[in-house]
Design a protein around this ligand. Structure first.
Ligand code: F6R
Length: 600
């Protein structure tokens, strides 16, 4: 995800900014930039790729004395990772850096008299600010008016030659903090870039905005009421700052899923329709079937999609594992849309399939988390997952972002093909809007899973079972557990157990039953009863009471299957993590695995 730094003071401003951005590298980025304001005006530098490229560009400019700076590392979500799209964005007098997504940027763009030159949503901020400034001739008033017109999520720093020595800031939905030290005023999107200079920080709350000088902060809430800044102690070390308070990256990423699902919907939902601006309606409508190809966790997302696409868009779906597809001499149909899914965008098996399919004249849509990746470059069209960098080798947040993107795709296609009634469409949209709550980890659930995990350290194996969309979730739960705990686990369709695997059932066999009440509850209940009758140890994940379970991980329960899916997803992810921690494994870097599998 993007990162922000800022500084007001008389220390070596370039080093503070560039070193600060370096501390944010762990969040992932594909371009970076800074803007520095001194008496003679504002200078800005941007570069694509590593921070070294930016450092080289800035090398010949060494500002001395007092200055104001803002800086940014960008993870592309709207527009390619190019210099033009990198932040800071500017207009005549002002520069801005922004994290988050401006949902109504198209609307703002069309109301402007000035022309935006980048493909980003962020650039409209500085244009709108200058338009307000022109009308009001008061930078603080203009800033407040501008902020009130933005919909979406943002952490914003803005500087303008009209008010030297000042940084304007605002926060809604994306983190932003400010610290005052003897050496000046520091800004950051997390503790990491500030730790070297300050001990405590003002963590802005949603709706807070204001302006700061070298040694003073003026802060107001959304209603314009003055707020007294309250400073709190920051993380104790750089390493813990990067984990943002969590013990492991995987834990941070599991908890981040709520924010990611919110961001993945931004600009893509209206009250009663889906907007996927990446996909031209005429282009999508010409396809009469779909093949989805991926590996590992991404393949599980494809499996979920196979249920959703058939149900919502009434379109025939074929899903396939990349390493298998390549060598099966597939028969391709040009009326079939070929989709590849990949977190990294570099997985060799998936990339090779993509090349083979392209050579045969097929169009390919990629769902990917990394904009400048090989898979995005080779594909005709791509939908970016907006999950930010995933540090933990075992994928968690990228999976939920994939599932959300596929749910959007299926609903959008259904909307275009008119296979959904308006009632059903609005039910799906309403459920999508609640998804971020469903993946919010309840403290009591985490505690329960932590306690329960000590019972799962032995035994001769785990079966994760589910039906319908909870079957691919069972596969994903089993994959997570085996990857990081090194215990044997299998995912199975619950109804299939009686066709063989039930022979394994005894007290040492753990069955994790994904018993969503919204889909085939009675069916899975009898499948679990069959296992219980053979003395298997049952851990049920459910919102219902189920007397035959040895243990229950209680979920709140939802009316929509996808919301139950997301609730159960965090339960299986946490279970895998807690078991692996108890076994003393490196949960972020499990043995024998690599984050990006670039070999066949
Ligand atoms: C599991 C995991 C892997 C990847 C697989 C595909 O936690 O991370 O199974 O899902 O290697 O990787 P991508 O999605 O990068 O193509």
């Amino acid at each position: 995800m993007c990162g922000i730094v800022g500084y007001i003071g008389s220390q070596a401003i370039n080093s503070i900014m560039l070193d600060g951005l370096k501390e944010l590298e762990y969040r992932g980025y594909d371009s970076a930039g800074i803007a520095v304001m001194q008496d003679e005006g504002i200078r800005s530098f941007k570069a694509v790729g590593k921070l070294e490229n930016l450092r080289n560009k800035v090398a010949e400019y060494e500002p001395e004395g007092f200055g104001v700076g803002i800086g940014h590392t960008r993870w592309a979500t709207h527009g390619k990772p190019t210099e033009l799209n990198a932040h800071p964005h500017n207009l005549t007098h002002s520069y801005v850096v922004h994290n988050g997504i401006i949902e109504n940027y198209q609307e703002i763009k069309s109301s402007l008299t000035t022309e935006c030159i980048s493909q980003t949503d962020s650039e409209v901020i500085v244009h709108l600010f200058e338009a307000k400034l022109e009308q009001l001739d008061d930078p603080w008033l203009a800033f407040q008016k501008m902020i009130h017109e933005l919909h979406g999520a943002f952490a914003i720093l803005l500087i303008t030659e009209k008010l030297p020595g000042t940084v304007f800031f605002a926060k809604k939905g994306s983190p932003l903090q400010i610290s005052l030290a003897e050496t000046g005023c520091y800004f950051g999107s997390s503790d990491a870039p500030m730790l070297e200079h300050c001990q405590e920080s003002l963590y802005l709350e949603d709706g807070h905005m204001g302006y700061a000088s070298e040694n003073e902060i003026s802060l107001v809430d959304w209603q314009g009421k003055t707020v007294e800044p309250v400073f709190k102690a920051m993380a104790s070390s750089r390493f813990s700052a990067q984990k943002e308070g969590y013990r492991f990256f995987i834990e941070k990423e599991i908890y981040e899923q709520s924010q990611i699902l919110t961001e993945s919907l931004m600009g893509r939902l209206d009250d009663n329709q889906i907007k996927l601006e990446e996909l031209e309606p005429e282009w999508l409508l010409k396809y009469t079937s779909i093949t989805i190809c991926a590996c590992g966790t991404s393949y599980h997302a494809a499996m979920v999609a196979s249920y959703l696409l058939e149900r919502l868009a009434k379109i025939p779906v074929n899903i396939t594992i990349a390493s298998e597809f390549r060598y099966r001499e597939p028969i391709l149909d040009s009326n079939c849309l070929f989709v590849v899914i990949s977190q990294s965008g570099e997985t060799a098996d998936t990339l090779e399939v993509l090349k083979v399919v392209k050579q045969q004249g097929m169009s390919v849509l990629a769902l990917c988390n990394v904009d400048n990746s090989s898979i995005v470059r080779e594909s005709d069209v791509s939908i970016l997952l907006r999950a930010g960098i995933e540090k933990s080798v075992a994928s968690t947040k990228a999976f939920s972002a994939q599932v959300m993107a596929l749910w959007l795709l299926a609903t959008y296609w259904g909307q275009l093909r008119k296979t959904l009634s308006s009632k059903r469409l609005s039910q799906e949209i309403q459920a999508m809007r609640q998804a971020h709550q469903a993946v919010t980890v309840p403290a009591e659930m985490h505690e329960r899973i932590h306690r329960l995990s000590k019972r799962c350290l032995h035994g001769h194996g785990f079966f994760f079972i589910g039906r319908d969309i909870f079957y691919p979730l069972a596969l994903e739960g089993a994959l997570k557990l085996k990857e990081i705990s090194y215990l044997h686990a299998e995912g199975y369709p619950a109804g299939e157990m009686k066709h063989g695997p039930i022979a394994l059932a005894d007290a040492e066999l753990f069955t994790i039953a994904l018993m969503g009440k919204t889909l085939l509850y009675d069916k899975i209940k009898s499948n679990v009863e069959e296992l219980s009758a053979r003395d298997a140890t049952i851990i049920a994940i459910t919102s219902e009471t189920f007397a035959l379970a040895d243990d229950i991980i209680q979920i709140k329960g939802q009316e929509h299957p996808m919301l139950e899916f997301f609730e159960m997803l965090i339960a299986v992810q946490l279970l895998a993590m807690e078991v692996a921690i108890r076994l003393g494994h490196d949960v972020d870097m499990p043995r024998n695995l690599a984050k990006s599998v670039t070999v066949e």
